[in-house]
Design a protein around this ligand. Structure first.
Ligand SMILES: Cc1ncc(COP(=O)(O)O)c(C=O)c1O
Length: 389
């Protein structure tokens, strides 16, 4: 386990207008404008965990529980489906030659036009489920690329939304390459949560979709936080969380720690080198949704400006945190949070157990900590196995 601080010369540089439109207040307002296209929208709970805070010796812990989001069981429901809605909206407006209200996307007329579009992406599970759900909701065709390590349970959950599944050999990063090549050849639209040079707009829209979660937190927690522990895969979520607090509070923002599996630390490695860095793929981690070996470009450019620390945690720590949340400490409610969703808590526990880290982060009895339970039991069989392990 290692704690790496952000030493970038860009730390503290204001977000660009475009970045604010993704992670700042303007981004969340734009998502709100589109909510009529999502009648199933409801804010998720911000759960107070006073028993756990007592046990760990901090002032307060709040966990944003994304386990029920849109019935898709992860915060990713907010991104892919929203990006599909935006693409369909643009296409329908163009075809009808007039402005179209977001709610109109749910009409038969709009769906017939949306059927002309095929959206596709590579995924390790949750993002693909969101894209597939969006495609089904708004009537377009969907093809999802899954790499060899994605479980059958996750495949079934995506296929249940009517998406065509294509299996690819190798890991997540390799599946991205295959998905992009196929989409380019077939004329499909790639709806990826991963961004690279020349491909920023759609991943930016995916991230903008997450930003409503931050608006919900603001409304539910007027007292605010001193520390935030948020898990990182390609960095999209962490960038939205860090960018939101930076945009709102500037240098008075809470201290933000990005937590990754020790087996997939592309964000930490990038911070250590002060440069977006791809790392070698290694042994797979139980935190399958965080198993990414290269940061998303659009996310990294925001993290450079406003993430404070990067911490890695071993697989056992995430599993232990899963059990802690399921058990409900000292009268806290029992929470079903999946193995990738507990990494933030595992990071907090690791930091508190290490004197040097605790001091570096300024964690003490008065700290008010925000965590993200980013998924429920998205692979129920695996969840049960880990719970009973
Ligand atoms: C449950 C869960 N948590 C966290 C993440 C990390 O998000 P990002 O890849 O944007 O860093 C993911 C990504 O798929 C996820 O599914």
């Amino acid at each position: 386990m290692q704690l790496v601080s952000n030493r970038s010369a860009k730390l503290g540089t204001p977000l660009s207008e475009k970045e604010r439109n993704i992670v700042g207040a303007p981004g969340a307002a734009e998502v709100r404008r589109f909510l009529p296209a999502f009648p199933i929208y409801a804010p998720t709970p911000l759960v107070a965990l006073p028993g756990l805070a007592d046990k760990l010796g901090v002032g307060a812990i709040h966990l944003k529980d994304e386990g029920q989001r849109y019935g898709l069981s992860s915060f990713k429901a907010l991104g892919g489906a929203y990006a599909v809605a935006r693409l369909v909206h643009e296409h329908v407006q163009k075809r009808l030659g007039r402005k179209v209200a977001p709610a109109e996307l749910l009409t038969d007329e709009a769906k017939a036009i949306a059927a002309e579009l095929t959206v596709s992406c590579a995924t390790d599970g949750n993002h693909g489920r969101s894209v597939a759900a969006g495609a089904q909701m708004f009537g377009c065709r969907c093809v999802i690329f899954l790499h060899a390590h994605v479980s059958e349970g996750r495949e079934k959950a995506i296929a249940a939304f009517g998406a065509e599944i294509r299996r690819t050999p190798g890991n997540y990063d390799q599946s991205i390459v295959e998905a992009n090549e196929t989409a380019a050849a077939e004329g499909w639209v790639t709806v990826s949560d991963f961004s690279w040079e020349g491909y920023r707009d759609i991943p930016g829209t995916v991230m903008q979709g997450y930003s409503i979660m931050m608006a919900e937190i603001d409304e539910a927690a007027p007292q605010g936080f001193t520390h935030v522990f948020v898990q990182g895969g390609v960095g999209g979520l962490a960038a939205v969380v860090a960018g939101h607090f930076f945009d709102r509070f500037g240098s008075n923002r809470p201290c933000l720690v990005v937590v990754e599996p020790t087996r997939a630390t592309c964000l930490q490695a990038s911070a250590a080198r002060d440069e977006r860095t791809a790392i070698e793929a290694g042994e797979s981690t139980v935190m399958a949704m965080l198993e990414c070996y290269e940061p998303s470009l659009a996310a990294w450019e925001i993290l450079e400006k406003c993430a404070d620390f990067y911490l890695d945690i071993p697989d056992e720590a995430a599993v232990a945190a899963l059990k802690t949340l399921a058990g409900g400490e000292g009268g806290d409610p029992s929470l079903t949070i999946g193995e990738s969703g507990t990494a933030g808590l595992a990071g907090l526990q690791a930091a508190l157990a290490d004197e040097a880290m605790r001091a570096a982060l300024g964690l003490d009895k008065s700290s008010r900590v925000l965590l993200f339970g980013t998924e429920g039991a998205t692979d129920p069989e695996l969840y049960q196995k880990l719970l009973n392990s």
